[in-house]
Design a binder for this molecule. Structure first.
Ligand code: PLP
Length: 400
């Protein structure tokens, strides 16, 4: 009999963390691998933000903070939500968490009970379904189609909703497809949600600033302000400011949910690292003048990868509107045989072949809920992307 709870036995390790571990092992063995599985910006945290962390240490800001985060940080978040998103939240409607991941997990913990369904559009960020399972809920994945740019359609949303639906998780730009929504498309989803008042909306805006379309859409809560009382806005500084290791995320939403999150944190993690909070204040309160250059680079990388992948027979890649991932279709490689005689039956087999024969690491679509695809990160240099694509082409050319 296992000592581990059924709740935890239901979940599996995050494939992205597993890939990072595998990469480290191969590196130690001296293998030359191009890593296109990375889920974080390759830039350093900007100098003024790093300095803010050092300054906080020197000022002695090394003690416990309020559970919900320092007032300064919650004010900076409130100002950011007003300035960038047109949303009004006061600091009492905001909680600081250990990354957006923690906000999402805790939000599900304080609201989901056995029998509740959580709608997760697929391809999805790997953690959503497992988080739901760990909170005793039932993930209801809705497969979105490549011809719709992997967008959740109003029809598919309507069909997935039942009386037991607790949440819709909406992440855009989306990991792993880079899918973005226009204001009109958000309007259409809002119209469906208005018909189903039992459904709450968990918005994961973590990639909001990494987008290539000319104008960002209006925020869902600007499109439909009446959803505010059943929406939790989750965001953080990890991707926009290249601060993944600082672990600062946050949630803004209705007071009862924020109070429950505060209570859970008060009995589990307490407030987030004081030094990171001080750095995040400076990040949010200072103009992100580096961002246009970063986004231009992400765009160049995306264009390079899309062009090179589409030249490879058996692979088809769409050009996403945001984030730093591609989700190419690899159905043309399924059924082919490696020089060693192994038949590639799944996207997992494809990914293993690319790693073993090609020395390039990408992640299998199975982990993201829609196959046969793979996720390729473009959060690395153009040179690495070119080399990675050349290696993929070579490994594919060996197949018969
Ligand atoms: N949400 C999505 C869609 C992500 O891809 C990630 C990180 O990969 C996160 C949330 C987690 O962000 P954080 O570093 O703030 O926990």
């Amino acid at each position: 009999l296992s000592r581990i709870s059924t709740r935890i036995r239901r979940i599996k390790p995050s494939p992205s963390s597993a890939a990072a571990d595998r990469f480290a092992v191969l590196r130690r063995e001296g293998r030359d691998i191009v890593n296109l599985a990375i889920g974080e910006p390759d830039f350093d945290t900007p100098a003024h933000i790093r300095q803010a962390g050092c300054d906080a240490i020197e000022r002695g800001e090394t003690r416990y903070t309020p559970v919900a985060g320092t007032l300064e940080l919650r004010q900076a978040i409130a100002a950011k939500l007003a300035r960038e998103n047109g949303l009004r939240y006061d600091p009492g409607e905001i909680i600081v968490t250990c990354g957006a991941k923690h906000a999402l997990f805790n939000a599900l913990s304080v609201t989901v009970e056995q029998g509740h369904e959580v709608i997760v559009p697929a391809p999805y960020w790997v953690s959503y379904p497992d988080m739901v399972l760990a909170c005793d809920g039932a993930p209801v994945t809705v497969a979105c189609r490549e011809e719709d740019d992997f967008r959740l359609t109003p029809e598919a949303l309507e069909a997935a909703i039942t009386p037991a639906t607790r949440w819709l998780v909406l992440n855009s730009p989306t990991n792993p497809t880079g899918t973005t929504y226009t204001t009109g498309q958000l309007r259409a989803l809002a119209d469906v949600l208005l018909r189903h008042p039992q459904v709450m909306v968990l918005l994961d805006d973590i990639y909001e600033h990494i987008r290539f379309d000319a104008a960002a859409p209006q925020h869902l809560l600007v499109v439909e302000p009446s959803l505010r009382d059943r929406t939790l806005v989750v965001n953080g500084v990890s991707k926009t400011y290249a601060m993944t290791g600082w672990r600062i995320g946050y949630a803004a939403g209705p007071k009862d949910i924020i109070a429950a999150l505060d209570m859970l944190q008060s009995q589990s993690t307490s407030g987030v690292c004081s030094v990171s909070q001080a750095a995040a204040v400076v990040a949010l309160n200072t103009e992100a003048s580096f961002l246009p250059d970063w986004v231009a680079l992400y765009r160049r990388r995306r264009d390079t990868a899309v062009r090179m992948l589409n030249e490879i027979p058996g692979i088809r890649a769409r050009s996403p509107g945001g984030a730093f991932y591609l989700y190419p279709h690899c159905g043309g490689l399924i059924g082919k045989r490696t020089p060693a005689g192994k038949v590639l039956e799944t996207d997992n087999d494809v990914v293993i072949h690319l790693l073993e024969a090609g020395g390039v690491m990408v992640l299998a679509g199975t982990a993201y809920g829609v196959s046969p695809y793979f996720r390729m990160s473009t959060a690395t240099s153009v040179e690495q992307i070119e080399e990675g694509c050349r290696r993929i082409a070579k490994a594919v050319a060996e197949l018969r």
